[in-house]
Design a protein around this ligand. Structure first.
Ligand code: ADP
Ligand code: UDP
Length: 235
């Protein structure tokens, strides 16, 4: 029996006959600025399902444990049901978005090494920036779990950055979510143009959700271009 457990901004999560597994349905809905801006990106669900599957497989080859069991249809993937840690892990290689604003750096400023940031996953509060002390005080995760998430996040950054470079894409920043499965920290949620910033290395063109956030036009085309560069697939 398939029951909807949760409807989020970009995905729906369904139960399956196996209590340890969930079915994820990828929608075309797009939101920005904590849900203030709403819209639709045609075929986004299909594209992000393919892109996330591609990235999860690439990460598995590089020793990163994740929730994907298999992609089951255009818009659905079967995953391990996680106890999601309410901490969003953001890795940044080049200043953009909220970091550029907060620090007063010009967007595009290169950093000598990657920055890892932690946010409290809470829509009502607008996902505030937190540190290890907040996380400990709030009981969101143990110190060991935070350390593990940060280690995986940096390794994921190395793997993705190196791979994307071969496709003439710069990985500017991205957000990850982790959860517990049999007590172990593993990667969940998705990796896609919704959750990453990708810039063309030659032209600097933005090929991610910023096209939607900032009304830059050619939003669908950007998502399709990322899929094409990763898998060669035209949709
Ligand atoms: P949001 O909740 O931010 O609107 P989505 O629309 O992407 O986001 O909804 C997906 C939800 O499912 C998120 O809350 C995410 O934390 C959660 N999730 C992702 N992967 C798993 C998993 N393997 N097990 C349980 N929950 C998951
Ligand atoms: N991000 C995300 N979900 C969020 C917040 C951020 O996927 O709820 C991603 C975003 O796409 C970008 C990175 O995390 O790749 C850093 O985002 P930033 O803090 O700059 O916030 P933004 O200005 O994009 O809201």
């Amino acid at each position: 029996m398939k029951t909807m457990l949760y409807e989020g901004k970009a995905k729906q999560m369904f139960t399956t006959d196996n209590e340890n597994e969930l079915l994820v349905y990828f929608k075309d809905d797009a939101t920005a600025f904590n849900g203030e801006k709403k819209g639709t990106i045609q075929s986004k669900g299909v594209i992000n399902n393919k892109i996330a599957t591609f990235f999860f497989n690439l990460l598995a080859e590089n020793g990163i444990p994740h929730h994907l069991i298999r992609r089951v249809s255009d818009r659905e993937m079967l995953v391990k049901k996680l106890n999601i840690l309410k901490v969003e892990v953001v890795v940044r290689n080049i200043a953009a978005g909220s970091l550029a604003k907060r620090i007063g750096w010009e967007e595009g400023t290169k950093m000598p090494s990657a920055i890892v940031e932690l946010y409290y996953k809470n829509d009502e509060l607008g996902d505030p920036l937190v540190n290890n002390y907040h996380i400990k005080a709030m009981g969101l995760a143990t110190e060991e779990q935070v350390c593990q998430m940060e280690q995986y996040a940096l390794k994921i950054n190395d793997v993705l950055t190196a791979y994307l470079k071969t496709k003439k894409l710069a990985l500017i920043d991205f957000k990850l979510e982790f959860g517990l499965y049999n007590g172990e920290v593993i990667l969940g949620d998705e990796i896609s143009p919704d959750t990453c910033r990708f810039w063309d290395t030659e032209t600097g063109e933005k090929l991610d959700k910023d096209r939607f956030r900032r009304d830059l036009g050619n939003v669908e085309e950007a998502y399709k271009e990322i899929l094409k560069r990763l898998t060669g697939e035209a949709i």
